[in-house]
Design a binder for this molecule. Structure first.
Ligand code: ADQ
Length: 493
């Protein structure tokens, strides 16, 4: 089969932008690039709510060989699916935060219903030889729903966020259904081997799956391929951004504000998984433990507000602002304030300039699927005089960027020591570490991630093979729950 015979179909919660508007993050860049090269369809939520919701009109925009198709949700669908189940249940749970994950039956139902309706709207648009690639924790059930609706073409799934261990996932009342549904996909991709292993272990322990070679998992006669595909960035493009006039302007502004002091930066969506509070404490510890840094460093945290409708996020913002205020109150002098928070977004070029102006970048999530900020920081540096990356051992990026200063983000001692080490690191060590990281960042790009996944999906033909139609239920573990409920029986295991 030649490449041109398989149309690409991407499904993600939000679609686009397709053009290089200088605003898109890694995911959008990777997918848009593949669509520009090969053409295809990108399907998702419009981000709008309307009375008709998912039953309403499909909106379509065509750019060259690519079609963007979106649909609204009702207010109730958006609340239950997006705000509640995706962001209050799945996001914290998969980031190992069982303590703040909320479980309730209504949003679980809405989440499944939305997956069902998305499949209904997408199904008529699909051709048998499409390569359908579904993204992220919003759509765990979508593949199984498409199968239910008779789609037999290839469907792959990629999880951008971590997959927690079975001991944590098991707390989700619907965990068995959710993982069973994932087995309807032909290929299930993860950011890291840890995530993949957690998934396979759950399948083995809870679904009596058999683990075969090459990442294959068998349940009954059903085969699913699991693999890791660490996401990357358009590194060349980002390095170019860092040399643009807009970047240089921002670089000069940041350097002007720093006024000869060493600039430390953190850039994150304001999210509790990013460990920003712990990072502030680590910085405070630096000021306590190393008084010689007073007046010599400046910490800028860029944290645009995200998911502001959720209490946990609103509380985080208040806590961060208070903590920064306390640190400034404690250490500032007439001519020096140690830290600053900006809660606005920047263009990619501006961001590249901010990274380049910073001697140290702190990427210290408590748990992160990958973390593209770490890769962007590396790509934006001047290789002759690069800055130092401090990276959490709990970020997926650690698997590739082991040459960063690796820290335990929960330990303010560890963070403070790493900061001090970074601030005093000699140029040749900075260059050496940067070169090792740059090699990975410029090699494992967004385009490579995308092509790697699609090649694996295209090459895999094992998942839809049926030897004995009588065993159909065994080949469709995602139907077990339904079947067993009909029989009034308990779930397997
Ligand atoms: P996110 O949790 O959003 O992504 P991350 O990978 O760091 O986390 O990507 C954030 C993106 O937003 C970066 O491209 C960054 O430049 C951008 N950004 C952050 N602050 C910004 C600002 N102030 N202005 C402009 N842009 C800003 C999820 C997972 C990650 C995974 C990605 C991709 O949680 O682990 O790496 O998907 O798979």
């Amino acid at each position: 089969m030649t490449e041109s015979m398989n149309r690409l179909v991407f499904v993600s919660n939000r679609v686009g932008p397709l053009g290089d508007e200088g605003k898109a993050g890694g995911l959008a860049v990777g997918l848009a690039d593949a669509l520009r090269r090969r053409g295809g369809l990108w399907f998702g939520w419009s981000g709008e709510t309307s009375e008709e919701g998912l039953g309403g009109e499909l909106r379509s925009e065509t750019h060259d060989k690519t079609e963007l198709v979106t649909v609204d949700m009702t207010e109730e669908e958006a609340q239950g699916f997006y705000l509640h189940y995706a962001n209050r249940t799945l996001w914290p749970l998969l980031h190992y935060r069982l303590d703040i994950a909320e479980f309730d039956r209504d949003s679980d139902r809405t989440y499944r219903a939305v997956n069902h309706r998305f499949a209904q709207r997408l199904r008529p648009l699909l051709k048998d030889d499409d390569l359908v690639w579904v993204h992220d924790y919003h759509f765990f059930y979508l593949g199984a729903e498409l199968r239910e609706q008779g789609y037999t073409g290839r469907i792959g799934f990629f999880l951008h966020i971590p997959f927690c261990p079975p001991e944590i996932l098991g707390a989700l009342p619907a965990s068995l259904d959710l993982v069973s549904a994932m087995l309807a996909y032909d290929v299930v991709g993860f950011q890291t081997e840890t995530d993949r292993r957690n998934f396979v272990t759950y399948c083995v322990q809870e679904l009596e799956a058999e683990e075969l070679d090459d990442g294959l998992v068998r349940v009954g006669e059903r085969l699913t391929k699991t693999a890791t595909f660490p996401i990357g960035i358009d590194a060349e493009g980002f390095a170019e951004f860092a040399r643009s006039a807009e970047a240089q302007e921002h670089q000069a502004m940041v350097q002007g504000m720093a006024n000869g002091r060493a600039q430390i930066v953190g850039v994150d969506r304001m999210d509790y998984s990013k460990g920003i509070i712990q990072r502030f404490r680590g910085f405070e510890q630096l000021l306590e433990d190393y008084p010689e840094t007073h007046g010599q460093v400046r910490f800028l945290q860029v944290a645009p507000v995200s998911r502001g409708q959720l209490d946990a996020y609103a509380e985080l913002r208040v806590e961060l602002e208070q903590l920064a205020g306390n640190i400034n109150g404690r250490f500032a002098t007439l001519d020096w304030a140690p830290m600053q928070i900006l809660t606005r977004g920047f263009t990619r070029k501006a961001l590249a300039g901010i990274y380049r102006a910073s001697r140290v970048c702190m990427v210290t999530p408590l748990r992160d699927g990958m973390n593209l900020v770490a890769k962007e920081y590396v790509a934006a540096q001047d290789p002759e005089d690069p800055g130092v990356l401090i990276l959490s051992r709990f970020a997926g990026a650690k698997a590739e960027l082991g040459a960063a200063l690796i820290v335990n983000p929960y330990s303010s001692d560890d963070v403070s020591r790493a900061l001090h080490y970074a601030l005093t690191m000699p140029l040749d060590e900075r260059r050496r570490r940067h070169a090792l990281m740059a090699e990975k960042v410029f090699q494992n790009t967004a385009a490579r991630w995308c092509d790697g996944f699609l090649e694996t999906l295209k090459a895999f033909d094992g998942g839809r093979h049926v030897d004995n139609p009588d065993d159909a239920i065994l080949q469709k573990p995602w139907l077990w729950d339904k079947a067993l409920r009909l029989l009034g029986a308990v779930r397997p295991g």
